[in-house]
Design a protein around this ligand. Sequence first.
Ligand code: PXP
Length: 245
Amino acid sequence: MKLGVNIDHVATLREARYRGREHGEPDPVSAAQICEAAGAHGITIHLREDRRHMQDRDVWAIRKIVRTRLNLEMANSPEIVEIALKVKPEIVCLVPERRQEVTTEGGLDVAGNEHALAETRKRMNDAGIEVSLFIAPDAAQVEAAARTGSQFIELHTGLFAEYFADEETRAAELARLVARAKQAHTLGLRVNAGHGLNYANLPTLHRVPHLEELNIGHSIVSRAVTTGLAAAVKEMLGLMAGYRG
Ligand code: PXP
């Protein structure tokens, strides 16, 4: 199983202080380099239409330095499609951004937008970019995803993660993920998964077959903040230590 690290929240932290500026910390480009050096198999970023975290300049700078695979998450909107075709990530993952595109489970409504998604899938593939569709573990969505000709689906693990503490719901969500992964595999789709995965729920996900890649963001960035905090405080104390008044 491969790991794609979603570094959007590195940009979220930077934007909290430096929104509208051309610089700031933490730097998503360095974050991507650190993740790759640590063994990540890919870097995932989401260029949102509202640019709430990643900015266009980040996407280009990250494209330049990524040595593994760049996975660009994006809405199927004309502006972002044009950007993706220029940036040429190895793969795009089409995700819902606007409310009308969101099913109750939170994935893409592929069944309701099949034609538009198939068209974008073709444009991306023609440009040498693979396509993944972020969908809830729902049989009709898996079938529709296969009809679009996409190479991958990314199973939305949000509900599995959200209700992980509740044994009954967890079992039901896990069963849905297992069934949909099998169905997708049978239909010739390759299977990724993501959203809400963390250090506690990850081992249970091993029971889902055919998983190629997990995209994990928030829990890794959160863990980095806590595990890195002691070193950051010590470094600052070191700079203050020489004060002579
Ligand atoms: N996969 C997709 C399609 C996503 O939209 C996100 C969230 O941006 C993730 C994976 C990562 O989710 P998390 O940050 O909860 O690990």
